[in-house]
Design a protein around this ligand. Sequence first.
Ligand code: NAD
Length: 478
Amino acid sequence: MTDYPFFGHIIDNEEVESLDGKRFDTINPWTREKWAEVAEASAADAERAIASARKAFDEGPWPRMGRTERAKLIHKLADLMEEHADELARLDSTDMAKPFAQAKHDVARSVWNFRFFADHQRDHVGEVMPMDSGHHTYTEYGPAGVVAAISPWNFPLMMATWKIAPAIAWGNTCIIKPAEDTPASVVMLGRLAIDAGFPPGVLNVLNGYGVPAGSSLTGDPRVDRVTFTGESGTGRIIMSAAAQNLTPVSLELGGKGANIVFEDAELDNAVYWAVESIFRNAGQVCLAGSRLFVQAGIYEEFLARFKQAAEKLVIGDPFDPATQFSSLASEEHFRKVKSYVDSVEDEGGKILTGGLAEDGAWLVRPTIITDLPLTASQYCQEIFGPVVVVNKFETEAEVVHLANDTAYGLNAMLFTENLSRAHRVSANLKAGTVWVNCFFIRDLRTPFGGVGDSGVGREGGNFSREFFTEPKAVVMQI
Ligand code: NAD
């Protein structure tokens, strides 16, 4: 019998089994073999985690601690993450076949999430507003309470820390429920938080499936905030569960990003980012540029260069340093992406390059589709894989209409050397983020979130502060 590594729940600063001893397997999608076992929560385990976070908030030191002291502990956790960066990255690479160099990049971003919010809560304490009437008003941002954070599998550590960091920095206590496909790095984060000296109950990790682990958190009246990243359909279920208790939600959901290349774009740059935006992380990115629009005058040239660049990507073992592209994160997800690729020709499109790998791997090659009707499922729905649909356009007005003609509105990219057009088109795009001549660059002070089916609310900088605190106005007659 093989002894597999085990990842338990972290509750009250202890790593524990489920009360009923239940575990599930976690699979390495590159080898397609089980590599670890994970505690599988029932509602009773969720109850333990909520009770721990509640007690830590109501009675523990964390919300009452000075801001500098709290920042110090969070920076200490960030230091430990840096010390263990290779190990954290290895866990994400093993759990989801993310190329190791990309996983290392995600760890660095996760560290920055903590460092940024540790400092932000210390420096953005509130505002003072002397009133014309002679009264004196000031604002206070007190912690909201217990935060339930539910994260997806595509950036396991980065997405989880994007939620945990502002939640705890603002003095809340937190229960994170990582995606069942990729729990390992978040459990390790919980272990590091214990080593950093976090008080018990501040950061609990609950492993398991959406139902019952996640749903036990989102429907519980002792939870004060729910922050969720995942599919739009799951977002709807979570919002309605939280609504029963009037619990505020922040939802970061799916996307179908438009990537627009105008004739005057700097082509090398546009090709580089077109590849990055749909093939990095094997296209399993909410922000992916999955609908590519290229202006007629450069269509043939751009497509030829884009195809060549896509075919040059090195596909292979996530731990080979040369690898840029690897398997999809799970068999279930592979089957979903495969079904979209299998039906391209039936829906009237052509596969210019890519398609399925033939050796039984859970791998879809970088895939470029052309000539597809705008009603096809591959064009309308989020595939969440390395599959891009390319369309030709003539005018600015036409492409703005096309880009906005979707239920989603997370982000868009545009490539042009015309500054006026860059401003004009950015203003007219229905999207939470617009990148001009670039992609994926983030300043953590800015709002992040989506329009329509892409989400509810914004996080980042002061936007995270508004969500994770109870802002209060104090008005004094002096
Ligand atoms: P998912 O919705 O299937 O699962 C996300 C998380 O929700 C998992 O932890 C899952 O266990 C949990 N969950 C499932 N059902 C639940 C329920 N009823 N109650 C509570 N929790 C439940 O999403 P996924 O497949 O893990 O992730 C991919 C999706 O995430 C894509 O749609 C992608 O666009 C989106 N995403 C969005 C962003 C963003 O910032 N907008 C970032 C990354 C991923």
